[in-house]
Design a protein around this ligand. Structure first.
Ligand code: F0G
Length: 414
């Protein structure tokens, strides 16, 4: 564990684990290179922690600590993140055409999205490094998560949000946890450029997913899923793609789980993008030779990103697992969201790309109905009320407090 290094994805140059850097001198992304010769981590040990009362065992992130980074329990900033439910739904199997469908609901994390898994690591590392001002660009979930974890650690958070492109719920949540909000007249990609400059000048500590510790934490979505399935991986794992942090984390998690012998086969990763924000899909169609940024526009504001920073890591994740990249339209996203909501599970629009994508891939014969698939639902239903109210308004009726009127209306329901 102690010989973990930051390693450049392109030129493999190594840096000390806790050196504050986000890119190599060659411009490549940095990742945390695990020492492959280190003693294996046993699944029996991980499973034994499921009944423990210790805070680090109860966290669905720190339960896997030997596969993450070495930090003392007193440095860790945790709020029992992870341990999210794995749902089944006959309704959604029927609707998508899949015969073996699971939905892992990352919206059940403390701040309502998967971001908490990466943020517990990034904020713990910031505390370890003595950093005081933590920053991110965000479409609203990273900012909510940062604001909460920074507050728990007694640190300051500064967030850059694309003006008018963040749902009210996410904005309120970010403000409520005490973040300083800068609403940037521009899109997410512009906000990302700004915060990268500030980080390069060491004015802030950056906790977007180019921070390699974020990726480490998000690996545990996959490890926990594998544990939930008693270490029998599904054939396919579908995840929404924006900045491609999750796709990158999933590839690394699968690679390490396979290396450590936790699983005997690699599940294939499928990244689903919104049609109006699909540079990764376009790159996939051209064998990933390069990526061209786009001007992003989609109802799924969480993934309205035109220039994903984690492209090279995500490309590796798709190619090493034999995965796919697909896109779905806003209409398909909202219909899939309606189905997930009406199944009693619920999610925000970005998460529903996964179900819409699964249906499309089954229809196109790229995924077979009897292959098992897991959808990663990344955000909670209540994250975007504006989007929900619109698709569910048919079930809303103003009524006079008059029994005969109400009984008539009830007849239409029954
Ligand atoms: N789903 C939700 C609900 C998200 O909030 C995000 C990203 C994604 C999917 C995409 O994940 O970037 O790892 O490919 N939200 C970021 C934010 C951009 O600022 O909250 P990715």
């Amino acid at each position: 564990m102690s010989d973990l290094k930051l390693s450049c994805l392109e030129c493999h140059l190594k840096f000390d684990l806790f050196k504050i850097r986000y890119f190599c001198s060659c411009g490549g992304l940095l990742e945390i290179a695990q020492n492959r010769a280190s003693s294996p981590i046993l699944t029996e040990k991980l499973d034994s922690r499921l009944t423990s009362r210790k805070a680090s065992d109860r966290s669905g992130v720190w339960r896997f600590r030997e596969g993450l980074i070495p930090l003392s329990d007193s440095t860790i900033v945790t709020q029992s993140e992870g341990s999210t439910p794995l749902h089944r739904s006959e309704r959604l199997e029927k609707w998508s055409g899949s015969k073996h469908l699971w939905l892992k609901h990352e919206g059940e994390n403390p701040t309502g999205s998967f971001k908490d898994r990466g943020m517990t690591l990034a904020v713990s590392v910031a505390k370890h490094l003595g950093q005081k001002v933590l920053a991110c660009a965000s479409t609203g979930n990273t900012s909510s998560s940062l604001a909460s974890y920074a507050a728990r650690a007694g640190l300051k958070s500064v967030v850059f949000l694309p003006s008018g492109k963040v749902s009210q719920g996410k904005l309120s949540q970010t403000l409520a946890y005490g973040a300083h909000v800068f609403s940037v007249k521009g899109d997410f990609d512009r906000a990302m450029e700004i915060v990268k400059h500030l980080a390069e000048e060491e004015l802030v500590y950056l906790v977007n997913s180019i921070n390699p510790f974020r990726i480490e934490g998000q690996k545990t979505i996959i490890w926990e899923l594998l544990q939930d399935l008693e270490w029998n991986p599904p054939d396919w794992i579908l995840v929404p793609g924006g900045n491609l942090g999750n796709t990158s984390a999933f590839g690394k998690a699968i690679d390490e789980a396979f290396h450590w012998g936790w699983i005997k086969k690699r599940p294939k990763i499928v990244t689903i993008q919104a049609a109006g924000a699909s540079p990764f899909f376009k790159s996939f169609q051209q064998n990933f030779a390069s990526i061209d940024s786009v001007k992003a526009e989609t109802i799924a504001t969480a993934i309205s990103i035109g220039n994903p920073v984690n492209f090279t890591k995500a490309r590796k994740a798709i190619t090493s697992t034999g995965g796919l990249v697909e896109y779905v339209t806003d209409i398909e996203i909202m219909e899939a969201k309606r189905q997930i909501d009406l199944a009693g599970i619920g999610c925000e629009p970005a998460s529903a790309t996964t179900l819409a994508g699964l249906k499309k891939l089954i229809q196109n014969n790229q995924i077979k109905p009897d292959e098992s698939a897991t959808l990663i639902l990344t955000g909670h239903l209540l994250k975007d009320n504006e989007a929900s109210n619109d698709i569910h308004k048919v079930s809303f009726k103003e009524v006079e407090p008059d029994m005969s009127v109400i009984k008539n209306a009830l007849n239409e329901v029954a």
